[in-house]
Design a protein around this ligand. Structure first.
Ligand code: ATP
Ligand code: MG
Length: 460
């Protein structure tokens, strides 16, 4: 039973069911006993009438009037007999069973007992009275046996009605309890939703003001954990940042030295060895730059800076011009419409550099780049497409993970798209990877919330 809601409901509804069953049983016992008393009184009235008639008529059959009274009073079968002072049978059904312990006329003139007659369960009453007449003198006893259908039917009907009413009450109560439990658990669901909405980078404490006291303690402990986690993460980030900084200086110093050594190399063997050192130094230099970019982008997101308004089309113009200078042979189409956003020019430029670098590296032999920018009602976007083999849609998520590379034939650190994603999300934007037009190549779109105008940025 994993859900708290189900658990609470079971704890409430199971006792409710037991309680209802107990109430129903006690109502049944009470109905049975009360109805037995009432039906016995009715039987007594009938028995007195029959006894009076029998004694008065001196043993004649029952009159039509009396039969009519009996018919109106009960739907059950009635059997009677009258015995005289010496237990002599006078009239009626002679074989009606007598009380198991005999007739005790002096102790009680009225005696009720259960018996079986003509294979049916019957309730029997024995009424005794002292008669002083010429033909009979002494105690006469009238026995009246009545079948039990009417009593049983009455108890059954009453219990059925009680059961239906109780079931209705149980159902209604269960529904109300379900609603109550759901409403009661709402703060927990809200807490769940607010934690689920968080980005993985958001380690700020969860607000505890509106939480019920039962979960506040848990959330306070969680906040404590979040604090320690964020401290340990910022320590790790600072370590990576420091390490990259420390590495950068010697590597940057190494590069001109290797250039010089390459120029001065005297043999082919020496040239090959030095150029290997040079390319390794270049790779280390790129890695340290990428690591620094990544930690910088992360720190921006954490700080939630208030960026000025910049235009993606202008950043793109500048960066593509620089790209063309280095890779002039590669055709680049541009369609740059104004796309204002609030952001860091340096970081968006870094983003674009990485995307252009990928489009060049993975764009295949017959490559052709296209760079677009523009804006819709609420979004500004920047889009870079190439005409290479494209990325398998199942790998879209993977390629944005750190140090993840699909193409092992080219060189790279596997950090480019991770940096792009980090920067885009630091600007509250979204990175969308897809196919180029006609299903050829890769198109990567960085989409940001649109800023109404450039002027708004300067005044902000
Ligand atoms: P670097 O850190 O130097 O950029 P990288 O280019 O390998 O290294 P990413 O830019 O993160 O790292 O790219 C990750 C992987 O995604 C690449 O190794 C490549 O396999 C794939 N990829 C990225 N861009 C494209 C593209 N335009 N077309 C095809 N594959 C791509
Ligand atoms: Mg790359």
């Amino acid at each position: 039973m994993r859900s708290l809601r189900t658990r609470l409901l079971v704890w409430l509804v199971v006792p409710l069911l037991f309680l209802s069953a107990a109430t129903l049983y006690s109502a049944f016992v009470q109905t049975r006993d009360t109805s037995a008393a009432i039906f016995d009184k009715l039987l007594l009235t009938l028995a007195l009438s029959i006894s009076e008639h029998a004694l008065g008529s001196g043993g004649d059959v029952l009159t039509d009037d009396l039969l009519e009274v009996i018919r109106i009073t009960t739907n059950d079968n009635l059997y009677y007999k009258v015995v005289g002072p010496d237990r002599a049978f006078i009239m009626g059904y002679e074989d009606i069973p007598e009380p198991p312990d005999g007739i005790r006329v002096l102790e009680s003139q009225i005696d009720f007992y259960d018996a079986t007659y003509l294979d049916q369960s019957v309730r029997v009453i024995a009424v005794s009275s002292l008669v002083d007449r010429p033909e009979y003198n002494g105690w006469m006893t009238t026995f009246v046996a009545q079948t039990l259908h009417e009593r049983r039917q009455f108890v059954l009907d009453t219990v059925f009605e009680d059961s239906v009413r109780t079931a209705g009450v149980v159902l209604l109560t269960t529904g109300l309890l379900a609603v109550g439990v759901t409403l009661g658990l709402r703060p927990l669901l809200r807490l769940e939703a607010s934690v689920a909405r968080r980005s993985p980078q958001d380690l700020s404490p969860i607000r505890t003001e509106q939480l019920p006291s039962e979960v506040r303690g848990l959330v306070i402990s969680l906040n404590d954990l979040l604090l320690r986690l964020s401290e340990s993460m910022s320590l790790t980030k600072r370590f990576v940042e420091n390490a990259a900084h420390q590495l950068r200086t010697p590597v940057t110093a190494l590069l001109p030295q290797t250039e010089l050594a390459l120029r001065r190399a005297e043999s082919e063997r020496e040239r090959v060895a030095v150029s290997k050192i040079k390319s390794s130094a270049e790779r280390i230099s790129r890695l340290t730059d990428q690591l620094l970019n990544l930690t910088y982008a992360e720190s921006i997101r954490v700080a939630k800076r208030n960026f000025p308004v910049v235009d993606l089309s202008e950043i793109a113009k500048e960066r593509v011009a620089l790209f063309r200078r280095n890779h002039g042979a590669l055709p680049v189409d541009m369609q740059l419409d104004s796309a204002p956003i609030r952001g860091s020019e340096v970081l968006i430029g870094e983003c674009l550099d990485n995307l252009l670098d990928n489009a060049r590296k993975y764009g295949g032999a017959d490559n052709h780049l296209s760079v677009r920018s523009g804006a819709s009602e609420d979004h500004s976007f920047l889009e870079i497409a190439d005409r290479g083999p494209g990325i398998d849609p199942q790998q879209y998520q993977r390629v944005t993970e750190r140090f993840s590379r699909l193409d092992k034939t080219t060189r790279g650190t596997g950090l480019g798209l991770a940096i792009v994603k980090e920067i885009v999300e630091a600007h509250r934007g979204e990175l969308v990877i897809g196919q180029g037009s006609g299903g050829i190549g890769t198109r990567i779109r960085c989409q940001f919330p649109r800023e109404p105008s450039r002027d708004a940025g300067h005044s902000a």
